[in-house]
Write a protein that binds this ligand. Sequence first.
Ligand code: AMP
Length: 636
Amino acid sequence: MSRYADFYRRSIEAPEAFWAEQAQLIDWQTPPQQILDAGNPPFVRWFAGGTTNLCHNAVDRHLAARGDQPALIAISTETGTERSYSFKELHAEVQRVAASLMELGVGKGDRVLIYMPMIPEAAFAMLACARLGAIHCVVFGGFASGSLASRIDDATPKVVVSADAGSRGGKVLAYKPLLDEAIRQSSHKPEAVLLADRGLAPMALTEGRDHLMAALVQKHRDAHVPCTWLDATDISYTIYTSGTTGRPKGVQRDTGGYAVALAASMKHIFDGRAGETYFSTSDIGWVVGHSYIVYGPLIAGMATLMYEGLPTQGMDRQPDGGIWWRLVEKYKVTVMFSAPTAVRVLKKQDAALLKKYDLSSLRALFLAGEPLDEPTARWISEGLGVPIIDNYWQTESGWPILTVANGVEQTRSKFGSPGVPMYGYKVKILHESTGEELSGANEKGVVVIEGPTPPGFMQTVWKDDERFVDTYWKTVPGKLVYSTFDWGIRDEDGYFYILGRTDDVINVAGHRLGTREIEEAISGHAKVAEVAVVGVADALKGQVAMAFVVPKDAAAASDEKTALLLEGEIMKQVADQLGALARPARVRFVSALPKTRSGKLLRRAIQAVCEERDPGDLTTIEDPGALQQIRQSLSA
Ligand code: AMP
């Protein structure tokens, strides 16, 4: 048996012994009393009775051995700034922000919503919450007021941490007006707002509520704030993710299990070592940013590189398609993590840029978030000359479900496949309707995970255990299994291939969006009667959203000019409510949408027509002419 096969088998057959061993990778204030409690499925409690702290493991425990080594390297090609913080400096910064939050009344269990661009203060704020035992809830800075307001209402934060603005491609995006509007819309009102001022956009401060971070941090310059020891099962954070309803779910994570899962993944999967530099190009608004910009690398004693900017813009804000490779050379990055879309963007640049810099420090490039197509994988693999490691996971899992564990044993990757199940994950493929296990090679079914789920996996949906069970664990009749909502197959060697979502979630440039959320934003428009949003294959972004709208009054889109005007209004409405990311690539007008006789939208058929595929079985369609209209609207 191969070394990995044995490692995997132990994790499944003797999970307690296996994870007790992995738990040694982190510091505990009190050792765990019970490694695994799976007595109330599908809920799992890992390391109960053990007390620890994420911030202690990410920062404090490294002070003795590597206090002067870099911990956080913050680079912005948007503002042309580059700043490195040692573990000692990070320790001081985090305590200053922690003291500021305490002054605003934040303590254990309180929620702090973080709505910030990729600046070091965002990482300080996350670590400060962890230090105090407060629950952070980071909302991606590209989301707009409507998305933010619904998250404020669900998380009911005591404090919001934000900034004057973000910037993308030289374009300043003011956050403060979006935040003010969100707080105006939400029924819950945070007591205080803590604001980093980058000098990018003017801010109107609300007396008594808004505080400038610089002033509070200055006041608490010499703050000493000890870590609050938390039970392993206490909540560390929530992060919202899209599903099939218009209402995003708060994915809730524990403390001890998450710390152990990350420490183990840094060793066995990413093979990142203390003293080295990790560079993830993601954003703190996504789960990758939580696990592999902030916590994972720091827990492993690595420096983490935090990057604000496009992959094609230099420090002087001039075009530079080699900026990431320049940074790899400069900071001797050993492990890099990005998304297929970013590589497809780079593919449009001169390939010679990959050879211009000394990339000898780099051991591997990890790509995740969306399917990695073979031409993209080959192009970057040949260009960099290092292994390209596809890894498949979800916001819900917190760390990779399928990949290869080169830290355990060098394992061959196959183009097109993220790899094999990671230790701790019982991954199965089930028949869509019968729920029967498909164990043969190349049989297509739904990818599911059998409990108990490993450490780091979501505990529940924030404040809604019932929704957690109903949404994820009850999709297969008669079986309590977790559905990933992805189609997959497994080949004869046990490698999995992911074939897209089974639900109405789409993936735009590696970002997960619910088509229902976009539909809700569009149906709010006064001139819209009905709408269907589908994800359509796109050469650069993987998928883009496309909207088909039935106007209330046919005249509203009767000629090209009025249609164009209405398309613009609808796009703006989505961007204003949800953010530019969710804006459909195109809006087309039709007089009816294809539905079944029972009134269910035939999204898969619409999608197939958009992608010029066979729409499949249409026996249940109410009006075949509606599909024909979709086809015609595309060529219009
Ligand atoms: P998120 O929760 O935003 O990370 O999105 C998770 C979803 O992205 C998964 O359910 C998949 O549909 C997709 N996904 C993530 N990583 C991969 C990958 N390596 N290959 C294919 N699809 C992926």
